[in-house]
Design a protein around this ligand. Structure first.
Ligand SMILES: CCCCCCCCCCCCC[C@@H](O)CC(=O)SCCNC(=O)CCNC(=O)[C@H](O)C(C)(C)COP(=O)(O)OP(=O)(O)OC[C@H]1O[C@@H](n2cnc3c(N)ncnc32)[C@H](O)[C@@H]1OP(=O)(O)O
Length: 193
């Protein structure tokens, strides 16, 4: 991403140049939900985290080409990238039993800023998509039809945006609890899923 920006001097076209890698890795992140069976984490928290990313990748940025050059797309892409580099470095060094304190510190501090910034990028992108969705009626089903059901993707997106209000604090508070546990050694009794 940095190389693209330095070579072209613009963020326009950046999404296009990284989309294959992005789709591949974010789709495979579904395995993280499966891995909840073997690692100590909440399937609910991981499920919400992974499904929101998959939704952003496939049902927003992949499907609505007109928004791929929005600054908000670059915002959440940069945030996701920094987060995952830190997180997977943390996992790798932990498995090797040689975890540098900086990586541990970064894993449990960067999110304090990155989470809200990432959420802002995602919400602004969905907001930018709304006019196109309304104009084209994409992914929507109008009556009358043989199934006798209607579905409006435009209102569905508004519901998704509103769902961040109850769901995002759950993820943020989860990470704050993890931070207290890992960095300050507090014993925290987690409620079961
Ligand atoms: C259908 C439409 C759905 C739409 C839904 C709308 C929902 C809206 C609300 C959601 C908003 C989300 C927005 C989000 O996308 C924005 C961002 O991400 S911004 C970037 C900032 N984000 C973060 O910092 C969080 C990143 N995510 C995570 O940290 C985790 O995925 C999390 C789900 C939070 C779980 O973390 P937790 O610390 O609980 O568990 P871990 O899985 O990290 O670790 C548990 C233990 O397992 C070990 N582990 C895990 N995975 C591995 C691995 N691959 N390899 C090796 N070891 C692994 C890990 O070391 C832990 O071990 P131990 O307990 O011994 O320390």
């Amino acid at each position: 991403m940095a190389r693209f920006y330095m070579q072209k001097g613009t963020h326009k076209g950046l999404y296009r140049s990284i989309q294959k890698t992005l789709k591949f890795f974010q789709t495979f992140a579904l395995l993280e939900v499966v891995h909840c069976a073997v690692v100590r984490t909440s399937v609910l928290v991981t499920g919400v985290q992974v499904s929101s990313r998959i939704f952003m990748v496939w049902f927003i940025t992949h499907s609505i080409k007109q928004i791929q050059n929005e600054e908000s797309v670059i915002l959440f892409l940069v945030v996701w990238t920094v987060t995952e580099i830190t997180r997977y470095s943390f996992y790798t060094f932990s498995l090797l039993n040689h975890l540098p304190y900086f990586i541990k510190w970064a894993r449990y501090n960067f999110f304090i800023i990155l989470y809200p910034v990432g959420v802002a990028g995602e919400l602004l992108t969905i907001y930018a998509a709304l006019p196109y969705v309304k104009k084209t009626g994409m992914f929507s089903l109008r009556l009358p039809n043989k199934y006798n059901v209607s579905f409006d993707y435009y209102y569905f997106l508004i519901i998704i945006m509103l769902s961040y209000i109850p769901l995002f604090p759950q993820l943020y508070l989860h990470m704050l609890r993890q931070r207290r546990k890992v960095l300050h050694g507090e014993v925290i009794i987690e409620k079961d899923d």
